[in-house]
Design a protein around this ligand. Structure first.
Ligand SMILES: [Mg+2]
Length: 287
């Protein structure tokens, strides 16, 4: 079995500004009203936050509504417009990390994933995402016979994000899962899992990332938290939620170039992971 390192990213506010907010703005929907009044109203009724926003989007789909007869292709077309929105240093990062891993050992590979509570069609619409990431996981709508999006097909909330970490860990592809939703529960002994959690690096910004942070850190991987220094509430929340509980190694602003703190630490985490794999192999030769 060849050794694989996985770098797993949240999407919104981690790799680029919140894509759902940008989508709402593109259709003339006031994001402040959407999140702070309409979505908040559903939260007050006990809705799960992800289901609240997905239901609100569905309510805005229809002949005389802001989204019109929204189709999956429309969301992908919008996703394509996000290609110039990624945070500094995001593009080019994967190629650089691949080269760094090859320096350590030619037969260690590195893969890149996105696990997001945002809309998967928007994420996959980006040319950059499709050319860079090995798999993406996000919320999905289902269409009616005419192709108009009408139902919620998949939500990814809080602890559900970890389900996809387990799929990556066990080597279960999105195609496998689309045929059997229960596959993630398959028992696979630790030593046979495709990507051990200790070979994973997770980068996320939000409360929905906390279960992933915990899972990765507890199992010997590395988690980095992102905060937006420009937004006081977000920065404070990131500080309070992440740092005090040892859930992440450290928190950083979303700048991924080599000379930035996050960029430097991410590179160090990847080369450390590769070196650790190499060391374990050499030790095994002497057993
Ligand atoms: Mg996020």
């Amino acid at each position: 079995m060849s050794d694989v390192i996985a770098v797993v990213f949240d999407f919104d506010d981690t790799l680029l500004p919140d894509s759902t907010t940008l989508l709402l703005e593109s259709r003339g929907i006031d994001p402040d009203k959407f999140w702070k009044i309409d979505a908040k109203n559903l939260l007050d009724q006990g809705f799960d936050p992800t289901l609240a926003y997905l239901n609100l989007i569905l309510q805005n789909i229809g002949p005389d509504k802001p989204f019109g007869n929204l189709r999956s292709e429309d969301l992908r077309a919008f996703g394509k417009t996000l290609d110039n929105k990624f945070f500094p240093g995001v593009k080019g990062l994967a190629d650089e990390l691949r080269a760094m891993v090859k320096e350590v050992a030619k037969d260690i590979t590195i893969e890149f994933y996105i696990i997001s509570g945002g809309l998967q069609d928007v994420i996959d619409g980006s040319d950059f995402v499709r050319s860079t990431f090995d798999a993406t996981y996000g919320c999905l709508f289902g269409a009616d016979e005419s192709g108009t999006l009408k139902r919620i097909k998949r939500t990814i909330t809080f602890t559900e994000k970890t389900r996809y970490l387990f799929e990556i860990n066990k080597g279960i592809s999105p195609l496998d899962t689309s045929k059997n939703q229960y596959l993630v529960n398959k028992h696979i002994p630790d030593r046979e899992r495709r990507i051990p959690f200790k070979n994973m690096i997770y980068v996320g910004d939000g409360l929905t990332d906390i279960p992933c942070f915990s899972l990765i850190q507890k199992n010997g991987g590395t988690a980095f938290g992102i905060f937006k220094p420009a937004v006081a509430a977000s920065a404070k929340r990131a500080f309070l939620e992440f740092v005090k509980t040892d859930r992440v190694a450290s928190t950083h602003s979303p700048r991924f170039a080599a000379e930035e703190d996050l960029g430097a630490l991410l590179r160090a985490a990847v080369t450390t992971s590769a070196s650790r794999i190499l060391l374990a192999r050499k030790q095994a030769e002497f057993l």
